[in-house]
Design a protein around this ligand. Structure first.
Ligand SMILES: [Mg+2]
Length: 214
């Protein structure tokens, strides 16, 4: 295996709890009861517009663009309350030392993503950073396809690691291998329907990767 492409939110970075809190604050402001983490994990999806509808936000009454700004305002203010997932820092550093190329492909806005990677002192581990150009988190598929087409690597030598069904769809569209890790934004049961390995933690992902690069 020549290269790993990482998802950021939920995969390397533990921001699920914050996203749930922001969702519930948005619901509370509109007189709706809280959703549970278990419900969130079964329903969080891309494009986030569909997820907003599931949350009970009325996109006919409130423009999606304004809701996205409301969401991002709290997220920006609080994002550094989040930590890296357990084992992320060590795993990224370990692979960097082994000269495995690593990239991040994220639905985060590009500059926000760069700031986060810098803040958590992992920016140097990545040869490529691919974020979106806006805050609307529509899809990573187009960016993924563009990215893989300019990589001089056989897609069969590339592993995508993500935490959502969308990550699986992105990996499929790129023609690369995929493993998923629970503990992010989708439940393990939901990830298991994708038909690729699903791990409980980055420690298990590390063991899987070690087998691939020996
Ligand atoms: Mg994710």
């Amino acid at each position: 295996m020549k290269q790993i492409i990482w998802d950021w939110n939920g995969t390397l970075w533990d921001d699920t709890w914050l996203c749930l809190e922001i969702a519930n604050h948005m619901r509370q402001r509109r007189g709706m009861p809280e959703v549970l983490l278990s419900e969130y994990l079964e329903n969080f999806t891309f494009p986030v517009k569909d997820y907003y509808r599931w949350l009970g936000l009325d996109l006919e009454k409130e423009p999606f663009e304004l809701l996205a700004v409301e969401w991002i305002e709290e997220y920006e203010r609080r994002r550094f309350e989040c930590e890296l997932q357990d084992g992320a820092y060590e795993l990224l550093g370990d692979l960097y030392q082994k000269n495995i190329h690593q990239a991040v492909l994220s639905a985060h806005e590009h500059d926000t993503l760069l700031q986060s990677l810098e803040y958590y002192a992992v920016l140097c581990c990545f040869t490529d950073i691919v974020g979106l150009s806006d805050i609307y988190a529509a899809s990573k598929i187009e960016n993924g396809k563009k990215y893989i087409s300019r990589l001089a690597v056989d897609p069969s030598e590339v592993l995508f690691v993500g935490d959502t069904r969308h990550d699986f769809d992105v990996a499929q569209s790129m023609g690369v291998n995929c493993v998923l890790v629970a503990g992010g934004h989708n439940s393990k049961a939901r990830l298991a329907t994708c038909g690729v390995p699903v791990f409980d933690s980055l420690y298990d992902v590390r063991n899987h990767i070690r087998e691939l690069i020996v």
